[in-house]
Design a protein around this ligand. Structure first.
Ligand code: ADP
Length: 277
């Protein structure tokens, strides 16, 4: 097998077995919540699995809030070996890195042009001390913007499989069943094809509605569009998640180690784990 071109990013990420990039064409389709569910579910695949969650949504970081770390004491430490991520659990099996942890005030807006975003992304990829990770889940902004191009440019040396890391970075697409979201998801898919980024599959989020009273799932807001698209485009369909008013509560419970919420995304995570190898 070929040797990886050495860069600060490839050196830093040499201890990461699998890199999963979460993409969506549209904002608000549940990409960040899916990234969190995926990370938590992968974490639950074994008691020793270690997962990193990297938030590249620089202008709208939402991961700190979603993993219950939107608190002043959750901040990134600088050590001689790099930035230490913020850990969700005491065993340090789930680490999170987000620009949200670096802002002086959590509500501050980030208004940056491309080169500054590129510098931040390079730093996130080359300076975070993740340690040995089974999975690094990377949440990206919606669409195909500067952040995506920077990310894939910096990850490019890892696109050549090596004996130590037989898998290459791959993507998971998130969409809702509605036509506008599907059209935008197609653009993300086209982006992955242009950049030769392998696609592990597509998740249809907000597909159907879970009645908060009886738990029955109805098709009020549509479902099936993502699955049809996956079949049409010959990419794996990883599963669907209905609109569930309990989701935020569940994410809360899962991040505290109370497993029930992990069931929501288990099949999806299982398939990602299998596909990622
Ligand atoms: P994106 O990252 O695509 O912008 P988010 O993950 O931030 O989307 O989700 C947008 C909002 O929708 C959040 O408030 C999130 O909690 C909610 N949400 C996402 N998926 C679901 C779901 N399946 N059921 C209920 N609420 C959801």
């Amino acid at each position: 097998m070929a040797e990886t071109l050495e860069t600060p990013v490839s050196r830093r990420l040499a201890s990461v077995k699998n890199i999963v990039i979460v993409l969506s064409g549209k904002g608000g389709v549940g990409k960040s919540s899916s990234s969190v569910q995926l990370a938590l579910s992968l974490l639950n695949t074994s008691p020793t699995t270690r997962v990193g969650l990297l938030d590249l949504d620089l202008t709208g970081p939402s991961l700190p809030r979603m993993v219950g770390l939107d608190v002043p004491e959750a901040s990134v430490h600088q050590s001689s070996a790099g930035w230490v991520p913020v850990y969700v659990d005491q065993e340090r099996r789930l680490g999170v890195m987000s620009i949200g942890f670096l802002l002086a005030n959590r509500g501050d807006s980030v208004v940056w042009r491309g080169p500054k975003k590129d510098g931040m992304i390079r730093q996130f990829l080359s300076e975070v001390r993740w340690g040995d990770l089974d999975y690094l889940v990377i949440d990206t902004p919606p669409g195909t913007s500067d952040e995506h191009i920077s990310l894939l440019t910096h990850l490019h040396p890892l696109f050549t499989p090596t004996a130590e890391r037989p898998t290459t970075p791959s993507a998971v697409l998130i969409t809702t069943p509605q036509t506008t979201a599907l059209n935008d998801a197609l653009k993300s898919l086209s982006f992955t094809r242009k950049l030769a980024l392998p696609v592990l599959g597509l998740v249809e989020n907000m597909a159907g509605y879970v009645c908060p009273c009886c738990g029955e799932i109805s098709d009020t807001f549509g479902r099936g569009g993502g699955e049809a698209m996956a079949h049409r485009e010959s990419i794996p369909f990883l599963g669907r998640v209905p609109i569930d008013t309990q989701l935020v509560t569940l994410l809360d419970a899962v991040s505290k180690g109370e497993v029930p919420g992990a069931d929501v995304a288990k099949p999806e995570a299982q398939k990602v784990a299998e596909a990622a190898g």
